[in-house]
Design a protein around this ligand. Structure first.
Ligand SMILES: Cc1cc2nc3c(=O)[nH]c(=O)nc-3n(C[C@H](O)[C@H](O)[C@H](O)COP(=O)(O)OP(=O)(O)OC[C@H]3O[C@@H](n4cnc5c(N)ncnc54)[C@H](O)[C@@H]3O)c2cc1C
Length: 318
């Protein structure tokens, strides 16, 4: 059976959702093995096991803190080689795309970024990805014995291993690599916390555009009510109404939530590129010809100032 190495991430000692999604996918491809940078508390090891990880490699590498991607890539390469991994899975993201590319180059492996599905068919790895502003779906067949995939958050529904419950062995490694000294990060400034879920991981995103006229209070209120994250069009970001971390689209974040609510967003192709794969799209826009209505599952033609407060009232009454 193929060994599938999953780059796992713990947040405040708990396994994050994208990792659970990767493990769920990994189970379909072979035997999942998790790689974690740092300590793995017993409860996190149990979670990794319940999602199918048969072994956990906990790597102690102080050099990784404050270093750029080369050291991380060298670490993943080393563990992939040590475990004989056929496939390496990492969550899609800017930094991980670099890590994945370096690992693939180092191992002579195929690289497929932004995958939304993968399966073994007749002994070959078939990978699905969405390209060109979400207008095309690509089916790729890996031609090499090894592969590295970056997988979009929310593309796979995380589910515990039905045969799970095993507690995987945790192997601790120490990793030292010269690459960690090549470039060091001198400052890391977190953006202001919103209190809600991370935009790229949220199952609900409520996004505002130029149609909000700069008042994001309704966007924020609806997002809070639905337990979602706040997104924005580039127009709203360029106007300075919200910070760039909220931008969804070609030059912003890519999101695939269960529900995407677009408020006063026209649906330009560059915006749609970042949210087209949402499972359900609700658009509220006063222009009946706005392109966003064409991709919406529920298209509400109306003024935000009227529709959103009414929706909020109904939600609060529940
Ligand atoms: C290279 C490049 C990269 C880009 N990358 C991105 C990107 O990553 N993300 C992105 O979003 N854009 C991106 N853009 C910009 C993109 O082309 C659009 O200009 C932008 O998405 C428009 O934002 P918007 O929909 O908020 O504004 P508009 O297009 O101005 O639309 C505003 C909408 O609000 C509606 N509206 C107005 N008032 C109300 C009201 N009271 N109630 C309800 N509806 C109302 C209007 O009918 C209209 O449809 C990029 C452009 C380029 C060239």
């Amino acid at each position: 059976m193929s060994t599938i190495l999953v780059l796992a991430v713990l947040s405040a000692g708990e396994v994050d959702t994208p990792t659970l999604e990767l493990l769920t996918l990994a189970r379909d491809l072979g035997e999942p093995v998790a790689l974690v940078v740092g300590d793995v508390p017993a409860v996190a090891a149990a979670t990794l096991g319940s999602y199918g990880a048969t072994a956990v490699h906990a790597v102690d590498c102080p050099q990784l803190t404050g270093s750029l991607v080369t050291a991380r890539a060298a670490l993943v390469t080393e563990v992939a080689t040590a475990t004989g991994a056929d496939v390496v899975l990492v969550a899609a993201g800017t930094e991980n795309a670099e890590v994945a590319a370096l690992v693939a180059a180092g191992r002579g492996a195929a690289l497929v970024t932004d995958a939304v599905a993968a399966a073994e068919v007749d002994g070959s790895l078939h990978v699905t990805k969405v390209v060109w502003a979400g207008q095309h779906t690509v089916e790729a067949v890996v031609q090499t014995p090894r592969a590295v995939l970056t997988v979009k958050p929310n593309a796979v529904a995380p589910s515990p291993d039905p045969a799970g419950g095993r507690v995987p062995a945790v192997e601790t490694r120490v990793f030292v690599h010269e690459a960690a000294r090549e470039a060091v990060v001198t400052a890391l400034v977190p953006s202001a916390a919103t209190g809600g879920p991370k935009l790229t991981e949220a199952s609900v995103v409520v996004a505002g555009g130029r149609g909000t006229g700069g008042d994001f209070s309704a966007v924020t209120e609806l997002a809070e009510l639905l337990g979602g994250a706040v997104g924005a069009s580039r127009a709203a970001v360029d106007e300075g109404w919200v910070s760039s971390g909220h931008q969804v689209g070609q030059t912003g974040r890519t999101v695939s939530p269960d529900l995407y609510v677009a408020l006063g967003i026209s649906g330009a192709i560059q915006h749609v590129a970042g949210m087209r794969t949402a499972r359900r799209i609700v658009a509220i826009n006063s222009d009946p010809d706005a392109p966003i209505h064409r991709i919406a599952d529920l298209a509400v033609v109306g003024d935000l100032a009227v529709v959103v407060p009414a929706a909020v009232e109904r939600l609060r009454a529940r």
